[in-house]
Design a protein around this ligand. Structure first.
Ligand SMILES: [Zn+2]
Length: 68
């Protein structure tokens, strides 16, 4: 007789703590620039402006959206 292992109950995956802000659109977060900087479009952005992270770094939200 072969003892077959009983159906193993899979361990519960770690609780998924996904933050999803309501009303946020776009794939990445949009923050307010703490310091002025330069977008990859060569145009600077001022502190307090809304910037978003794109493949090239932080820059204008519209530039992030424009990036394929
Ligand atoms: Zn830009």
């Amino acid at each position: 007789m072969t003892a077959s292992p009983a159906g193993r109950a899979p361990k519960k995956a770690a609780a998924r703590a996904k933050k999803s802000g309501p009303g946020t659109s776009g794939p990445g977060p949009v923050i307010k620039a703490k310091f002025p900087g330069r977008c990859h479009c060569q145009k600077p952005y001022a502190a307090g402006e809304k910037i978003a992270k794109n493949p090239h770094g932080w820059g204008h939200v519209e530039c992030r959206d424009a990036v394929g």
